[in-house]
Design a binder for this molecule. Structure first.
Ligand SMILES: [Zn+2]
Length: 342
């Protein structure tokens, strides 16, 4: 799904350990990730006396090393005064605890993101993994793949420094002022429970986090902790709530590059998921498991890590079809859910 957005800096990217000014008072940092999606964008926003940092990078030594370089060279002698984390995923929350401790500053995020981060980071129980396995068996992936998914374990603990024990809560509609920017907090659900976007209408800037990516569509998954959730419906609600946004707005996304063309992008994201819903329904015209739907939606070789996202994404479409009465579900003899057109 290629939306013809306007990348305002073309191919230019900040070098590792460097910053790039993207607007007056906003600096762009690009941190590496050890996945197919190999980077995450962070932003420093001029707060007068210092900088407010948006997101922190994954909690691995390479990121921390780059942070040492940035802290020493790229802040014009002014401190980071606050850290805002858009959502709990490792590439955003990973270094938050490490940085708040090191810099003596506090963290701002939404309640559900903080609670999610705290609970997953603290949970090293085997029951957590047992639960995960029985969920993946129900998806029809089979016991061998469910076992492999178990071996991934709770990778969150390896990728995220201990999460701050206290935080400052941001809620939908809050005003969050940073220097010349009067940001409005826009909370959305789907990719994560209470993801934060920041919108400044006066300067025409939107920090889009993972919700408004220019090229890939953010992963919208059902996870074992909430098997009947309908995150795709939540994501639709978020996207359709953006209908009056200025098409000239500059979007600063968490992956890829800053762009204009949000109106076109939102339309394409909605269309993309509508097409995927139709495809999932078509697969269910013969009785099918979630794994059957996944193999039609993702027609390529998937490793274990990718399978976890692909099955979750397939289930988010299935659960929306179920909620909309387009398919039905029953438990098959082999313990996997079977879906059929209603
Ligand atoms: Zn994310």
């Amino acid at each position: 799904m290629k939306t013809p957005v306007d990348y305002i800096f073309g191919e230019t990217l900040p070098e590792p350990g460097q910053v790039l000014d993207v607007a007056e008072g906003i600096r762009w940092i690009r941190m590496p990730l050890p996945f197919a999606l190999n980077h995450v964008n962070l932003f420093l926003i001029d707060d007068g006396d210092g900088w407010v940092l948006i997101d922190t990078g994954i909690g691995l030594p390479e990121t921390q090393g780059l942070w040492e370089t940035i802290l020493a060279n790229s802040l014009q002698g002014r401190p980071i005064t606050k850290i805002l984390v858009t959502h709990f995923h490792p590439d955003h929350m990973g270094c938050a605890g490490w940085l708040t401790e090191k810099l003596g500053v506090e963290m701002w995020t939404s309640r559900a993101e903080w609670l999610s981060a705290r609970s997953i980071r603290l949970d090293d129980s085997t029951e957590f993994l047992d639960n995960l396995v029985s969920f993946y068996v129900k998806t029809g992936l089979g016991t061998a793949m469910a076992g492999e998914l178990r071996t991934l374990g709770n990778s969150y603990r390896q990728q995220v420094a201990p999460v701050p024990m206290t935080y400052h809560k941001l809620a939908d509609g809050d005003l969050f002022e940073i220097g010349r920017f009067k940001f409005r907090v826009v909370i959305g659900s789907g990719h994560s429970p209470e993801h934060i976007c920041l919108h400044c209408a006066e300067t025409g800037i939107m920090l889009g986090g993972d919700f408004l990516l220019p090229r890939i569509s953010p992963n919208v998954s059902v996870w074992w902790s909430e098997p009947d959730s309908n995150p795709l419906n939540d994501y639709f609600d978020f996207l359709s709530g953006l209908d009056r946004i200025d098409p000239e707005i500059l979007v600063l996304p968490s992956h890829d590059r800053p762009y204009r063309g949000l109106d076109k992008r939102v339309r394409d994201l909605l269309l993309h998921h509508e097409e995927r819903l139709d495809l999932a329904q078509e697969v269910c015209s013969t009785p099918s498991s979630a794994a059957d739907v996944m193999r039609r939606m993702f027609q390529r070789e998937l490793d274990t890590h990718q399978t976890r996202f692909a099955i979750g994404e397939s289930l988010s479409h299935i659960n929306k079809l179920l909620a909309d009465g387009r398919i039905t579900r029953r438990l098959g003899d082999d313990g996997a859910w079977i879906y059929e057109a209603a």
